[in-house]
Design a protein around this ligand. Structure first.
Ligand code: ZN
Length: 209
């Protein structure tokens, strides 16, 4: 049997930051067209695996755990979507040279506090890494996202956060290009569409001459 991948597993991770990739799991915040990559808790876990927050074993365990506790899974999913929209508003504001709203900052602070209360430093071979005290918690996928957002918001990279220039695209990314002139989420998608638009405009102009 060939398993088809869900949208959550083929979502393009173009942002150079976990928190922005998460914000980009909705295309078109408040705009049309809209594309939602996360439809339920299972999608959230599949995306987290795709984005490298969970390995496959952890993802399988969480999906099973979510199926055992459906009410909590739905509540966690709604919390995730609320956090995503908070992150989108905070970083879209930053990309446009505006300050985030106080209640969004408060929401991020509380997500960060929750993450830190479950965070610990663990030994991993001869290295150390951030690990979590409650591996079976359904909300554990939100913790690294909240910490990623806190890190980006307090780093110099905040100056490099951009919103895609594509007509209907509102994906966010950290511009890590050498000349800091990246304009699009992806050259293949929005960049090409812009090129085609410019080409058609030129052609129309020529036809009118
Ligand atoms: Zn775009």
């Amino acid at each position: 049997m060939i398993a088809t991948k869900s949208d959550a597993e083929i979502h393009k991770l173009i942002a150079n930051a976990l928190c922005l990739n998460f914000a980009n799991t909705l295309y078109g915040h408040g705009n049309v067209p809209v594309h939602e990559y996360l439809k339920d808790y299972r999608d959230l876990v599949l995306w987290s695996c795709h984005a490298g927050i969970l390995d496959e074993r952890q993802a399988d365990a969480l999906i099973r755990e979510g199926a055992r506790r459906p009410t909590e899974a739905v509540a966690t999913f709604h919390r995730a979507i609320a956090l995503r929209e908070t992150l989108f508003r905070i970083f879209a504001a930053a990309a446009n040279g505006e300050s985030p709203k106080a209640n969004d900052l408060a929401a991020l602070n509380s997500a960060r506090t929750d993450a830190l209360s479950h965070s610990k430093i663990d030994r991993s071979g001869d290295r150390f890494r951030i690990a979590w005290t409650d591996e079976a918690a359904l909300a554990r996928v939100l913790w690294p996202i909240a910490l990623s957002a806190a890190e980006l918001l307090t780093s110099e990279d905040l100056d490099r956060v951009r919103e895609c220039d594509g007509d209907t695209c509102d994906w966010l990314f950290v511009d890590t290009s050498r000349n800091h002139l990246r304009r699009w989420c992806s050259m293949h998608e929005c960049g090409n569409r812009a090129k085609v638009r410019r080409y058609l405009k030129r052609k129309r102009k020529l036809a009118l001459q």
